[in-house]
Design a protein around this ligand. Sequence first.
Ligand code: APR
Length: 254
Amino acid sequence: MEDLIKKVAGHIAAAKHLVALTGAGISVESGIPPFRGKGGLWEKFDPMEVGHIQSFMRNPEKVWRLLISEMRDVLVSAKPNAGHLGLARLEELGILKTVITQNVDGLHQMAGSRDVVEFHGNFAWLRCMDCGSREQTVDIDLSQMPPKCGCGGIYRHECVFFGEMIPPKELDRSQIAASTCDLMLVVGCSAVVQPAAFMPVIAKQSGAMVIEINPEPTPLTGTTSTILVKGKAGKAMREITAEVERIIAAKRQQ
Ligand code: APR
C-alpha cells in the first residue's frame, strides 16, 4: 500500500492540471451516510420515491419530511474530513484546478476548496417553485410542511432530483474540466449515476490518467481508471497529500 501511495503521489505531483470527481464516499468519514451500499440511504428508501422529481411534485410534504428527517441534522453538524482537506491542500499547492462533486453537503467549500462544481446542486439553498426567490435552508420556518414562500409557492432544495437535467452551467464546466485535465482523481464515487460517471470517461478519452480512491472497485476500475487505491478517502488522502508535499519540498531543494 505504501508503494501505491507513493506512486499515486508521484503522478499527482507531476500533474499540470488535476481535477477531482467526488461522490458520497468522501463524506462518509464526516458522518454522512452514502446512498448505495451498507448503511446507505437507498437501503432504507426507494430512490424513485424520495429522490424523483415526480414524487416531489405529487407529494412535496412527504419528500420534504423524509429529506429533513434524514439529512438536515447530519448535514448541519458535518465537518470536512482529511479527504476534503487533502483536496483543498492540493488546490492550494496549485496542482488541483477543479473539484466536481456530486455531493450536496458543501464540505469541499468548508474545507477551503475554491473551484467546486456542484453537479447535483446543494442542500443549503431553497428555491420557490413559483417565483424563483432563494432562501437558505437554515433560515426557513419548518413548522409548516411543505415550507412556502411569501408568494404562496412551495420551496424546493436546489438539489438535482432524479428525472431532472443537470444544470447546463455545471454540466458545461464539468465537461470542460474533464476534457482539459491530465489527471482525474475519482474519490468515493460508485460511478453508476450518469452523467457524472461519464466525466472520468471524457477525461480518459481526452488523454488523462484516471485514479480512484474507494474501498470497493467500481465499473470504472480497470477500464477507465488504471489505479485503484483501495481504502477510505480520509486515510488515503492524508497519506497521499503528505507524500506530495514531501516530493515538492525535495524538488525545491534540488
Ligand atoms: N471513502 C471512500 N469511498 C467510500 C467510503 C470511504 N470512507 N465509504 C464508501 N465509499 C464508496 C463506496 O464504495 C461507493 O463506491 O463511496 C461510494 C458511494 O456510492 P454512492 O452512495 O452511490 O454515492 P455517489 O457515487 O456519490 O452517488 C451518485 O447517486 O443517488 C444519487 O444523487 C445521488 O449524488 C448521488 C449519486
